[in-house]
Ligand binder design. Structure first.
Ligand SMILES: NC(=O)c1ccc[n+]([C@@H]2O[C@H](COP(=O)([O-])OP(=O)(O)OC[C@H]3O[C@@H](n4cnc5c(N)ncnc54)[C@H](O)[C@@H]3O)[C@@H](O)[C@H]2O)c1
Length: 323
């Protein structure tokens, strides 16, 4: 069977990860990589026998069918729209965009083009987060009441644009959006958002925020994110329901544990071959080929951006924001 042609736009850290994923995805071959920094595109393309381009336009004119957008986040909207208009299916890195209006424009562009648009909310593909989602959905902890997540590390200093809120959206859009998407996916729509953080005090790079969500179900979740903890990176969650407690700490050997009235248990579900980034590309590739549902819809990407935007408004005004 002829393979579909895939490309990657942006040859930075995530571009390299997506290129690897497309190489492994069934039914696709990676044929093109673009970056304004042409030598960077060439180095990545050479690794996989693909062609390198020095501009988005040149890559999109080369006849590819699916593309990953792995650019600084402020460019997600314009480049995704361009790719959709050229007839490509688009997997856009998170955050989908830096405003709800931009997300809406992208959704509309996909509708007009009749192409698939998904967002790389990769946390859904991390086994502990995927398992916890399934356990919650199947009633494993009863009715969820209180949820806590934490995600941290140092400032993403490999590229200067992360420190520019206009380019990255700051910690709320860049880091918290991972957990906001997972919380929405697992515990349902959010009615109210309240956030506190350092951003408004001028700590542009040493950022830290705490976001509290009230879900329509009545569950309360809070997510804490930090760029001020270079040695304490990792992700944790704790889910308390009326029938059990489920906890995860990525820094521990036994990373997932649960306790209900009748059972306790623990485990480490991640196996080395189970790479979440490869899995998300395989899932997108499969949805394109089968016409089946996307693992992450553009509307879901938009919802996570809407909550991040509400968190930013709350952080700036000191008020809780209703959605
Ligand atoms: N899912 C995750 O775990 C994860 C992790 C890191 C970053 N990200 C997201 O991935 C995206 C990319 O992040 P990154 O860490 O790869 O950034 P990066 O800075 O490493 O790479 C971005 C690349 O885009 C190129 N570029 C910039 N403007 C361009 C343009 N107009 N045309 C073509 N190329 C251009 C740069 O030269 C650079 O090589 C961001 O949206 C970020 O939020 C996701």
């Amino acid at each position: 069977m002829t393979k579909l042609k895939a490309g990657v736009i942006g040859a930075g850290g995530m571009g390299a990860t997506h290129a690897r994923g497309w190489m492994k995805a069934e039914g696709f071959e990676l044929v093109a990589v673009a970056d304004v920094d042409l030598p960077k595109a060439e180095a990545l393309a050479e690794k996989y026998g693909a062609q390198a381009f020095g501009s988005v336009e040149a890559l999109l004119s080369s006849g590819i069918e699916a593309v990953s957008v792995c650019l600084p986040s402020a460019l997600h909207r314009s480049v995704s729209e361009e790719a959709l208009q050229m007839g490509c299916h688009v997997l856009c890195e998170k955050p989908m965009a830096l405003s709800v209006a931009d997300c809406d424009a992208m959704i509309e562009a996909a509708r007009i083009a009749g192409r698939r648009l998904s967002v790389a909310q990769v946390v859904r593909f991390f086994p502990e987060f995927a398992n916890a989602h399934s356990l919650v959905q199947s009633g494993g902890v009863g009715k969820p009441a209180v949820v806590r997540t934490r995600r941290g590390g140092g400032f993403p200093g490999w590229s200067s644009w992360f420190g520019d809120e206009a380019q990255s959206g700051g910690i709320l859009f860049d880091l918290a959006v991972h957990d906001l998407d997972w919380l929405l996916w697992t515990f349902g729509p959010v009615e109210r958002v309240y956030a506190k953080g350092l951003t408004e005090r001028g700590f542009e790079r040493l950022d830290h925020a705490l976001i509290t969500l009230r879900h329509a179900s009545g569950a309360i979740s809070h997510t804490e994110v930090t760029w001020a903890d270079p040695k304490g990176g990792g992700a944790t969650f704790e889910i308390a329901g009326d029938a059990g407690l489920l906890a995860h700490d990525s820094r521990k050997e036994v990373s997932l544990s649960f306790r209900t009235e009748t059972r306790t248990g623990s485990g480490r579900p991640l196996i080395p071959s189970d790479d979440p980034y490869d899995k998300q590309i395989a899932a997108f590739a499969h949805a394109i080929l089968s016409g089946g549902p996307l693992a992450v819809t553009a509307e879901e990407g938009r919802s996570a951006v809407a909550v991040a935007a509400a968190a930013r408004e709350s952080l700036k005004t000191g008020r809780a924001i209703a959605l």
